[in-house]
Structures are given as structure tokens and as C-alpha cells.
Design a protein around this ligand. Structure first.
Ligand code: GAR
Length: 214
């Protein structure tokens, strides 16, 4: 079994999609815990209800980013010992992580971002896409590196931008795809099908794909 620790900051719908996909598809993945930087995150209560070990590391309680990140890493390690090489899965986790934290989990931290990176990094991605007049928008799952939203891209899902779209309508359309994309990528990761090349690209082992059969 692969172990994962899911980091959230709020609603937690991506976390729920991951947990439910693991259950439904019987993926060999153990959710060792959920950590939130906000005690009031609605996703925490849901995870607790599921019997998943939960921790809160409230960023307000720390003097700086470095101190918060040390405590965050310690909480993760307590839930899933580093020797087991757990995956750290950012599912709506809204804090920027330091280089020191990222170095604790080399090539093991993944994030879902609600845009087609490298387009629209940062916040308010749906507003950005609408303002840019984009016809296509979507979500990206990528490895986390010290520079925000530029780590190796593992997979993307695309949705159309439709006439009359508001931020809310577009966000909902993207979110639906996030809930399909993230479990798919988790399956690849935990089956050890994804590697990062020397050039810093994520490579998917497609040897079991029908198109590669002879
Ligand atoms: C999701 O749309 C996720 O892609 C985004 O926050 C939302 C969280 O929703 N993440 C980021 O913007 C990361 N910078 P959720 O809590 O319901 O999963």
C-alpha cells in the first residue's frame, strides 16, 4: 500500500474525491492523514467523520513561514513516517511552501491547480481565464517545486469556456474535472508510473497502454 497525507485549507472537495475514488476503485492507497492549516476548514470535519487521522497546524501560530513549515512537516511525518516515502497531496492547500519543506519530500509533493498551467498561475484563475478571453480552461496536477505553480506537469484536464460564463460557472465546470483528474493521477503516482526526468519533466510510464502493445 502506498501512503498519502492530504493537505487542505478549506472545503476539501478534492480530498473527498480522492478518498472516495480510493474506496470505490479499491486503490492500494492508505490515507494516513489529513492536515489543515485552518482549524475551521469544513473538509476536516468530513475527514474526521470518515475516521481519517486529522491534524491542524494553524499558520497564525507561527512567527514565520519556515517555522510553520517545520511544524507542518513534523505533523506529516507523525502521520506517515518518512521511511515509507509517503506522497504529500495538496488538495486546495492555500499556503506557499518553503524550499526547506519541499526538500523534505523530494519529488513526492503534488498539487492541483485550477488552470491550464503555465497559463494563469496564482489566485483567481477563473477570473484570469475570463479576462484573457480564453476559450479553453481547466486544471493541472503537478509536482511542487520552490517556485510556485511551475513544477513538472503530470496531467491536465480541459473544459470549454462558454458564452455567458461567470467565474462561478467556470469554477464549477473546472472543479468537476478536478475531481476526475486528481484520482487518476493519484492512481498513476501510487502505482509508481510517474517519474521526473533529469530535465525536470514528469514522465508517465505508458507501457500498459493499448497503443503500446504490439
Ligand atoms: C480547487 O479548485 C483547487 O484546485 C484550488 O482550490 C480549490 C480547492 O477546493 N487550489 C488552488 O487554487 C491552489 N493554489 P476544494 O477545497 O474543494 O478541493
Amino acid at each position: 500500500f502506498a501512503r498519502i497525507v492530504i493537505l487542505i485549507s478549506g472545503r476539501g472537495s478534492n480530498m473527498m474525491a480522492l478518498v472516495e475514488a480510493i474506496e470505490r476503485q479499491g486503490l492500494p492507497v492508505e490515507v494516513a492523514g489529513v492536515v489543515s492549516n485552518r482549524p475551521e476548514a469544513p473538509g476536516l470535519a468530513w475527514a474526521q467523520g470518515k475516521g481519517i487521522p486529522c491534524r491542524t497546524v494553524d499558520h497564525h501560530q507561527f512567527a514565520d513561514r519556515a517555522a510553520f513549515d517545520v511544524a507542518l512537516g513534523d505533523a506529516i511525518d507523525e502521520l506517515a513516517p518518512p521511511s515509507g516515502r509517503p506522497w504529500v497531496v495538496l488538495a486546495g492547500f492555500m499556503r506557499v511552501l518553503t524550499e526547506g519543506f519541499i526538500a523534505r519530500y523530494p519529488d513526492r509533493i503534488v498539487n492541483i491547480h485550477p488552470a491550464l498551467l503555465p497559463a494563469h498561475p496564482g489566485l483567481h484563475t477563473h477570473r484570469q481565464a475570463l479576462r484573457a478571453g480564453a476559450l479553453l480552461h481547466g486544471a493541472t496536477v503537478h509536482f511542487v517545486t520552490p517556485e510556485v505553480d511551475v513544477g513538472p506537469i503530470i496531467a491536465q484536464a480541459v473544459v470549454p469556456v462558454l458564452t455567458g460564463d461567470t467565474e462561478e460557472k467556470l469554477a464549477a465546470r473546472v472543479l468537476e474535472m478536478e475531481h476526475r483528474l486528481f484520482p487518476m493521477v493519484l492512481d498513476w503516482l501510487t502505482a509508481n508510473r510517474v517519474t521526473v526526468s533529469a530535465e525536470g519533466r514528469a514522465l508517465l510510464d505508458g507501457s500498459d497502454h493499448p497503443s503500446s502493445r504490439t
